[in-house]
Design a protein around this ligand. Structure first.
Ligand SMILES: NC(=O)c1ccc[n+]([C@@H]2O[C@H](COP(=O)([O-])OP(=O)(O)OC[C@H]3O[C@@H](n4cnc5c(N)ncnc54)[C@H](O)[C@@H]3O)[C@@H](O)[C@H]2O)c1
Length: 253
């Protein structure tokens, strides 16, 4: 199902994005790894190229808050691989102090990546159909007292993704949209600075209660989400305890 296909992943230099890239490369999918951290991205792409071959992994320095960067990334991936089948809008930060930045990366960046994904995947626009996975969080389902802006950005990702998923023109043109909602996983994002000692205590309490996953636990769920069929519009959560699809209502008018 992945052999010979091509994926574009934002925030792929490290953490979950790197783990998603690695899981897809293992399954013989080509990967365009995009990130704004040039140094880390270069190291990651070199590491992947050594294992999977130079022609199967490409590098795209890309800031998801910049429309031009993302457009160029899609253009370059399409021209290098001659196709794009999977788009993973994964880049994200926790930043309550600069909450506009948090929304610009986590939500506006996902919107930009989704619109470009639709442009490249829709059959009526010259694509071959495919899948867009938007990375939300358990914070896209539940309230998070210590990071309300992050929580709002991730709720936004769920609503945005599901809205496009059920758009009749999108369904007709072969694009599937999915949301992945991980709980805590061991990446640099967990080193965020809460605004107060009380918020820090709350964050620690929540991490102790839920546990912290290895990135591979999340990328296993990511692959399952892609492999499962008939799941357009799904929201999948992954925690240390389980991986489940959320039964979210779709109104019928
Ligand atoms: N790790 C967790 O506990 C957890 C839980 C739920 C959801 N998530 C989500 O998973 C995604 C990946 O996070 P992670 O845990 O791997 O964190 P991470 O900090 O390890 O990785 C985030 C990546 O995004 C990149 N990035 C940040 N701003 C960017 C921008 N403007 N343009 C392009 N790239 C940018 C960073 O350089 C980094 O490589 C995020 O959307 C995050 O919200 C993570």
């Amino acid at each position: 199902m992945f052999t010979g296909k091509a994926a574009l992943i934002t925030g792929a230099a490290q953490g979950l994005g790197k783990s998603f890239a690695s899981a897809l490369l293992k399954k013989e999918c080509k990967v365009c790894a995009a990130d704004n951290n040039e140094e880390k991205l270069q190291a990651t792409v070199r590491e992947f190229q050594d294992i999977y071959g130079e022609n199967n992994v490409m590098y795209a320095k890309c800031d998801v808050t910049k429309e031009h960067d993302l457009e160029e990334t899609f253009k370059r991936a399409k021209s290098a691989f001659n196709r794009i089948d999977i788009v993973v809008n994964n880049a994200g930060v926790v930043d309550e102090r600069n909450w506009e930045r948090c929304l610009d990366i986590n939500l506006t960046g996902v919107i930009r990546g989704t619109l470009l994904g639709l442009k490249y995947l829709r059959k009526d626009l010259g694509g071959a159909g495919g899948t867009i996975v938007n990375v939300s969080s358990m914070a896209g389902i539940f309230p998070v007292e210590y990071s309300p802006a992050y929580c709002a950005s991730k709720h936004g990702v769920v609503g945005y993704t599901r809205s496009w998923a059920f758009h009749p023109e999108v369904v007709k043109n072969g694009v599937r949209l999915l949301c992945l909602c991980p709980a805590y996983a061991k990446t640099d994002i967990l080193n965020f600075q809460p605004e107060s000692p009380e918020d820090l205590a709350q964050a620690q309490k929540s991490m102790e209660a839920l546990g912290i996953m290895r990135v591979e636990e999340v990328s296993d769920a990511f692959i399952k989400l892609l492999e499962d069929s008939d799941n357009n519009g799904s929201v999948m959560s992954v925690t240390k305890q389980n991986t489940i699809y959320w039964k979210m209502p779709v109104p019928k008018f």
